[in-house]
Design a protein around this ligand. Structure first.
Ligand SMILES: [Zn+2]
Length: 481
């Protein structure tokens, strides 16, 4: 949660002044933060980019991200103070942790997802992190540092959020050591924690989850910390100490709310099964799911069979995996994740046409599942059907105009078709969406020089180049401010 604090701090600093000051209790911070929302977003983007490009544990799994985003957005919508855009991402790490960066980026460790036994428990942590952002905690903490230049601020945020555990992620040794010097003064105060718990609990309840899950997850965290030494104490606990008082507080507040049982989505169980099936040795994963299925020890039979099929595929046992998929299908459970695993099995078995047909049907059935769109496009590209891939991309881009991955896939299809201007133009937009303006400008210059554009295309490129350069200049000025 250290990273989260820093990010949150920056975010808070930059947050629009939309909230009436009276809505925020005075926690002793400088409420007059002047960091612009753009600056805050930029700090968050810097750190996320750093994680994406340099952290091998960044989990580039659209299915898990799709699920977490759906859950997170449900909570964001239930938090009336959430005005900025939120983005959720996942780190493959068995420690229990989550953090919120400035600009509305929330990262979650896979260890936290697998420790949560109900969707409401996972949601309770997300609700808490979202509250750190909306209550401007990081911003209020960073308020004293606002004269700092952007790279240092981003490094400081990274150092705070990742702490000792990930010194590699602190951008630059000097910046990191300076950040380390102020780190001690930048952990969430008890008041911030209490406020994040209070707002998080309200959010949890308003979004329709079981508000008792917050206390039950705190207790689980406490139990898991008792059996481990300091090096494995869940990171979440180190930065968000769970005290008897916090647990009692969460219990009391939840007790005052009407009882509600939340029916967990099948995707919650499938995502946990996927993360388990993909960690450790494949054989061990097969054995664990196999015995769970045999003994009926599972929260969801479909998820247990899904996990078994996936682990078998990983272990190179295609025939057995296919047999398990038949049993999974017989349960009649609907999820895009099941379609995607089935398509993978078909593709591995050499049935490319079968996989394509399945993905095309899944696209119609699950139009909002990005993971299905990506897989469908990738399968079309693999089959050399780049014109069809471009059509599918155009559809997906209408739904998700700010999705960098789609632009990257588009660039790939244009490259395969030998359309160089369009290829570099798409790649440039992918970089721009990731917040990397110099790389975006370079791609547009390549597009300009490609020699295969008409007058109209070239003037579009020129206009866009002008726009991006101006934005870059403004950004540089912002950093030096
Ligand atoms: Zn916290």
């Amino acid at each position: 949660m250290r990273l989260a604090v820093a990010f949150a701090l920056a975010l808070a600093l930059a947050a629009p002044r939309a909230l009436p000051q009276s809505a925020l209790p005075d926690l002793g911070g400088t409420a007059d933060a002047t960091l612009s929302p753009q600056m805050e977003r930029k700090i968050g983007e810097e750190i996320v980019q750093e994680i994406r490009s340099r952290d091998p544990s960044y989990l580039d799994d659209p299915e898990v991200i799709d699920y977490l985003t759906g859950l997170g957005q449900r909570l964001v919508q239930a938090n009336p103070a959430a005005r900025q855009q939120f983005e959720f991402f996942v780190i493959r790490d068995h420690t229990v942790n989550a953090f919120a960066l400035p600009g509305g980026f929330v990262g979650v460790h896979t260890g936290l997802i697998t420790l949560a036994e109900t969707e409401s428990e996972l949601a309770s942590v997300l609700g808490h992190e979202i509250a750190h952002v909306t209550q401007r905690h990081i911003a209020r903490m960073l308020a004293n540092e606002q004269q700092m230049q952007l790279p240092l601020m981003a490094a400081m945020a990274a150092a705070i959020l990742f702490g000792r555990a990930r010194p590699d992620l602190a951008a630059g040794a000097i910046a990191a050591s300076q950040a380390g010097a102020v780190q001690s003064s930048l952990s969430y105060s008890r008041d911030f924690e209490r406020e994040a718990d209070r707002v998080g609990l309200q959010t949890l309840d308003a979004a329709g989850f079981d508000p008792r899950a917050m206390a039950s997850f705190f207790e689980k965290l406490q139990r898991s910390s008792r059996v481990s030494d300091d090096s494995t104490v869940p990171g979440y606990l180190r930065t968000h100490p769970v005290t008897v008082e916090r647990i009692a507080d969460a219990q009391n507040k939840a007790a005052a709310l009407p009882y509600r049982q939340h029916l967990d989505s099948v995707d919650f169980y499938l995502v946990r099964a996927k993360l388990r099936a993909e960690s450790g040795e494949a054989q061990d994963a097969v054995a664990a799911f196999d015995s769970a299925v045999r003994d009926g020890r599972y929260g969801s039979e479909a998820a247990a069979r899904y996990g078994l099929a996936l682990a078998l595929l990983r272990d190179g046992k295609l025939k057995q995996a296919q047999a398990e998929m038949v049993r999974l299908r017989a349960l009649g459970v609907a999820s895009p994740m099941i379609e995607l695993l089935d398509a993978r099995l078909k593709r591995t078995a050499g049935d490319r046409a079968g996989a394509l047909k399945l993905l095309a049907d899944a696209r119609v059935r699950y139009p909002s599942a990005r993971a299905v769109a990506y897989a469908n496009i990738a399968a079309l590209q693999e089959a050399g059907r780049n014109d069809d891939a471009l059509k599918a991309l155009a559809d997906a881009m209408r739904a998700y105009p700010r999705d960098a991955r789609l632009y990257g896939l588009q660039a790939k299809s244009y490259a395969a078709l030998g359309k160089r201007l369009l290829q570099h133009q798409a790649q440039g937009e992918a970089y721009a969406l990731q917040g990397s303006l110099p790389a975006a400008i370079e791609q547009l210059q390549l597009a300009r020089a490609s020699g295969d554009g008409d007058f109209y295309q070239l003037s579009v490129i020129d206009a866009r180049l002008k726009e991006l350069r101006a934005k870059h200049v403004a950004e540089l000025a912002d950093m030096k401010r």
